[in-house]
Design a protein around this ligand. Structure first.
Ligand code: S3P
Length: 185
């Protein structure tokens, strides 16, 4: 696991270090948590799925349908490259961003990575519109997907935070306090 300063060193001078990046499975609460922490601590927040969809001019399901998962993963890497050029922010990442090596490398360079953990059962129960998640809509087994991805989340994580049984407000408040204690906010 790399510290923020180590990440900045590896990244080189042109990289904007100091982002806080939330990764984790679909339904782990990344988007809400990022928004709430940013609001409380006066930071900017970015939501990768929203940003990618805006840049592409189409919805995430449409990107998957027209460009395949591979096309979407390429867009995720491009978005991470874009984040190198902006001021430090709280970033909510797509649930599958860790599945490409290039994205994992960029995540480690961009700042401090928090892995929001959730059980597959709770993740599925939290997702209000599964149709908006192409990988669930195509019948993938969430438990299997999470198991496959676990080593990748752990590879990039500077901090693991268990969200099981917690509301987004509780997660934001506890995680915000922890990041603040570490001098990261
Ligand atoms: C994906 C998760 C989604 C979105 C896309 C693919 C995945 O993001 O990026 O549907 O592969 O797990 P959320 O985790 O925000 O739902």
């Amino acid at each position: 696991m790399s510290s923020p300063s180590a990440a900045a060193e590896t990244a080189g001078a042109q990289v904007s270090p100091g982002h806080i990046l939330l990764v984790g499975f679909m339904g782990s609460g990344k988007s809400t948590t990022a928004r709430k922490i940013a609001r409380k601590y006066g930071k900017i927040s970015y939501d990768m799925d929203i940003g990618i969809s805006r840049q592409a001019g189409k919805s995430i399901p449409k990107i998957f349908a027209e460009e395949g998962e591979e096309g979407f993963r390429r867009r995720e890497v491009e978005y991470l490259e874009y984040l190198r050029t902006v001021d430090p922010a709280i970033v909510s990442c797509g649930g599958g961003v860790v599945t490409t090596e290039e994205a994992r490398r960029l995540l480690r360079q961009l700042g401090f990575v928090v892995f929001l953990e959730v059980t597959p059962t709770e993740a599925v129960s939290r997702i209000s519109s599964p149709d908006s998640r192409p990988l669930l809509a195509n019948g993938s087994d969430p438990a299997k997907l999470l198991e496959q991805r676990m080593p990748m989340y752990l590879e990039v994580a500077d901090l693991r935070f268990d969200t099981t049984g917690k509301s987004p407000a509780q997660v934001a408040s506890e995680l915000g306090a922890e990041l603040s204690e570490r001098g990261l906010l």
